[in-house]
Each structure stands twice: as C-alpha cells, then as structure tokens.
Design a binder for this molecule. Structure first.
Ligand code: UD1
Ligand code: CA
Length: 471
C-alpha cells in the first residue's frame, strides 16, 4: 500500500514559529505519530507532502523508509496529493519505464499530518472496505458539522463531497462529515487528479472532488467510520493540541491499568515515549516518563518523579521528587526522595541513594549506600560501601575529568572530598572531613585534617556600644 501524508499547511492558529506538524504530542511531533501509524500498517511507500516550514519538517523526521514531496505554493489538498504521485512513479509516468508496478496496483491511503491519533485498526477497516477497486472514505456522523466537508448521498449512496464554504443551506445541514482520510486505487487517483479544477469558493484544488469523478466513472464509493471521534480530530490550535494530548494520555493510562499497573490517579501521569511495566507496579501522581522506561515487577514510583530512558529493577522503591535519566537501577533499591541519577549511573542490588545525592557516570555495586547530600561523579564504587553525608568526588580540574575508585567495604566519613584520580582501598576508612589527594590504603584509617585545639581566654567579638557613622 502507498501512503500519502499531507503536511504542507501552515497552521496559523498555532501562533508559533515551529511548523504545526512538528509540535509535540506526548513528546513526539504530530507528524511522527502519523508516520508511525503508517508504518504499523506495513505501508510499502510513505510519502510526506511538506511545504510550510520548508526543510525543517523534512530534517526533523527524515528516515530511510520515507519519501518527501515539497508542495510550494499550497493550492489545496488535491494539489498536495499531485506532488506525491511521482513517488509512485509507474502511475504518474506510465511510459517512464521506471519499475513500479507494485505501487501501481496497490491502493493509496491519504492521511493528514495534523491528525495524530488515528488508529491503525480504523484504517485497516477503511482499507478493507476499499478493496482493490473502490474509493473508500472515512466519514463520521457528528452533532456539529461546522468546518467540515459534507458527505452528500442520494438513495443512500455517496454522490459527492461538498466543502462547507460551497454548501447550500440543505447541504450545510448534513451531519455526516468528511474526515479527509480516504483510500483510492492508485491508478484511478492518477487519472482523476489532473482533472481537478479550482473553481470553488476557496480557489483551491480540492481532493474531495475525486468523489464525483469516481461516481461519474461508475466506481463504487464506500464509507467506514472511526471508533472514536478523537481519532480524526485535527490540531489547529494549542487548545486542540492540549485536548488531544489529554486523550492520548488517558488512553496510555487505561492500557497500563489494563496491564495490571496501579495508578494513584490515571489523569495525573504523562508518558512521553514507551513505558514497559512488570507485575504489581505502583505509580503515584504527577510522574513523567520519557523515552524508554522499564519498571520491573513490584517497582513503586513516588509522586512527582521524572524518569527518562532508564531501567528500574524489581522491588525497587523510588521515593517522591526523584529525577532519573539514562540510568540503570538494580533490584530492591531505595532511591530518594530528591535523588538525581544522571546519565551513566548504574546501581547494583539493594543500593540506597538518599536525598540530595547526585550520581553521574558512576557505578555503585551491591548493598552500598549514599544516603544524604553527596556528589558521586565518574566513580567506580564497590559493594557494601558507605558514603557519608556531604561526600564529594572532585572529578574535574577545570579542564579534564578523572575517576575515583572506591573498593568494596570502604567507609567514607562525612564531608569528605575525593580529589580524582584517587583510589580508596578495600575496607579502608576515611575520617570525616578528609580531603583525599593520594590513594588510601586498604583496611586503614586515613584522615587529613588539622588537629583539634582549644584557645584559652579567647573572647567573641562584641558589638561596639557607640558606633561611629561611616560613609
Ligand atoms: C479538508 C477537506 C474537508 C474535510 C477536512 C477535515 C478538502 C478540500 N477538504 O478541509 O472535506 O472535512 O479536511 O479536516 O480536502 N494541506 C496540504 N496542502 C494544501 C492544503 C492542505 O498539505 O495545499 C494539508 C494540511 O496541512 C492538512 C490537510 O491537508 O493537514 C487538510 O488541510 P485543511 O486546510 O485543514 O483542509 P480543510 O479545508 O479543513
Ligand atoms: Ca482542517
């Protein structure tokens, strides 16, 4: 099957410099959703008609399986589909000799780049209705048909589509509307498109005029309908974008709950990517999941966490307000509240990372703990290590970064600075307040601080009782 995605329109009502189809829904451009749905259908050729926003659209989404056709200027939906026809070469230029018989015999599906939530299941029904020799329209019966093309029928059969601006009063009263999505035999489309005119209220080449041409040829025109109204809703404004975002998030939340995930409030979760959950996963309110996130069995995520591209091992509890990105957390861990795991953080089994602890590009092996106020960057930390409050790896000298190695069973006293590159040996203890600049040997206490002393007779400074005024 061939797919044409119309994405050349400007989207003035978005009031944005970003081309409309690049505005994100669930973290992915609107057009990206439509392209992915076309892929889900197993389309053999996908051609995106772009125009407004120019190469920005193409650059944002280019992929080996996509063809691009630029429409400039934009003279209507019929004119837009014309631009895509050379991609299905054998049809557009039958004598060109370019092999393309496959795309000639396959039907062509027309989608809109600003209608992001259309479902593959609905499109499969439409494609089935079209078969190989019919024109199939996706239509819907609505209470308020305003703004849409109307489906005109005679004795039950579709005879044409009339655009709202061209419709008379009787036609305006029709409640069956054109969603714009259709399937046509490709060879017929190639025949009809050059015959389209633009003598209408908007001076545009209407794709919808192919319906009357099909009827004139005696080709059957059939219809199919979406399961839900939101599937065919387009985005023309930020309001509509937000509304469809909520629909999408509700769908994601419902799918998660059906798969057994407990959501404290299904209206307060945002998944901007792929969230894969094991059994008995529990997610509290206001969490955001980006990229690909995997939560193993019995993981609990506290309120207000942001997780991006990470894997959380089974039984691990993430307390509220954690931020985790490009990181791996092992099983039975306790993370947060207020922990930050940055790219390259890899935590083993039963690791505890507490409040205001930042971990970057570091591994922390099984049963180790950093429970309070620490920065662990570019560090390799062994098993059963205790990192005291206020510990900092000084990994950066202003020009280069160096690693800190802390071997198994080490105990790092509070308020320690580890000036990398440096190694703390197995079983070593660092006294609180140590600034470690050389390796600490295994099994010994290493401490670097001035000796404690008390100054007899020392008095606190007192306030001057008759202060002179200074300028
Ligand atoms: C179109 C249909 C109308 C249908 C409605 C559904 C026509 C003539 N009318 O009307 O029957 O009810 O969609 O929303 O087809 N586009 C281009 N190039 C152009 C013009 C449009 O790529 O020159 C793209 C737009 O970016 C958009 C889609 O085609 O994705 C539809 O365009 P739009 O202007 O919204 O069509 P409507 O006039 O609303
Ligand atoms: Ca529209």
């Amino acid at each position: 099957m061939n797919v044409v995605i119309l994405a050349a329109g400007q989207g003035k009502r978005m009031r944005s410099d970003l081309p409309k189809v690049l505005h994100p829904l669930a973290g992915k451009p609107l057009l990206g959703h439509v392209i992915d749905t076309a892929r889900e259908l197993g389309a053999s050729r996908i051609c995106v008609v772009y125009g407004h926003g120019g190469e920005q659209v193409r650059e944002a989404l280019s992929a080996p399986d996509l063809s691009w056709a630029r429409q400039e200027p934009q003279l209507g939906t019929g004119h837009a589909v014309v631009q895509a026809m050379p991609v299905f070469a054998a049809i557009a230029c039958p004598r060109s000799g370019i092999p393309g018989t496959q795309s000639a015999s396959a039907p062509t599906l027309v989608l809109y780049g600003d209608v992001p939530l259309i479902r593959a299941s609905t499109l499969r029904r439409l494609i089935k209705a079209a078969g190989s020799d019919k024109l199939a329209l996706l239509t819907a019966h609505v209470d308020n048909p305003q703004g849409y093309g109307r489906i005109v029928r005679s004795e039950g059969l579709v005879t044409r589509i009339v655009e709202e601006k061209d419709a008379d009063d009787a036609e305006q009263a029709i409640r069956e509307i054109n969603t714009g999505i259709l399937v046509a035999p490709t060879a017929a489309l190639a025949r009809w498109l050059p015959a389209l005119g633009n003598r209408n209220a908007q001076g545009e080449y209407y794709l919808t005029d192919i319906v009357a041409l099909a009827v004139a040829e005696g080709m059957p025109v059939v219809t199919a309908h979406p399961d839900a109204a939101w599937e065919t809703e387009g985005v023309n404004s930020k309001l509509q974008l937000a509304a469809l975002e909520r629909v999408h998030q509700r769908n994601v939340a419902e799918a998660l709950m059906e798969a057994g995930v407990t959501l404290s409030d299904p209206t307060r979760i945002d998944v901007r990517g792929e969230l894969v959950c094991g059994r008995d996963v529990d997610i509290d309110v206001n969490c955001i999941f980006e990229g690909r996130v995997e939560l193993a069995d019995k993981v609990a995520i506290g309120a207000n966490c942001v997780l991006k591209n990470c894997r959380i091992g089974s039984g691990t509890r993430i307390a509220p307000f954690c931020h985790i990105e490009d990181a791996v957390v092992g099983p039975e861990g306790v993370i947060g509240p207020y922990a930050r795991l940055r790219p390259g953080a890899e935590l083993g089994r039963e690791v505890h990372v507490g409040n205001f602890v930042e971990v970057k590009n570091s591994s922390i092996a099984d049963y180790s703990k950093a429970n309070h106020l620490a920065y662990l960057g570019d560090a390799t930390i062994g098993s059963r290590v205790n990192i005291g409050a206020g510990t900092i790896t000084c990994n950066y000298d202003g020009a280069n970064k160096f690693r800190t190695v802390i071997e198994d069973d080490a105990f790092i006293g509070s308020d320690t600075q580890l000036v990398a590159p440096v190694t703390v040996g197995r079983g070593a203890t660092l006294g609180a307040g140590t600034t470690l600049t050389r390796d600490a040997p295994p099994d010994q206490l290493t401490v670097s601080r001035a000796k404690q002393m008390s100054v007899p007779g020392w008095k606190r400074p007192a306030k001057n009782s008759n202060p002179k005024k200074k300028d």
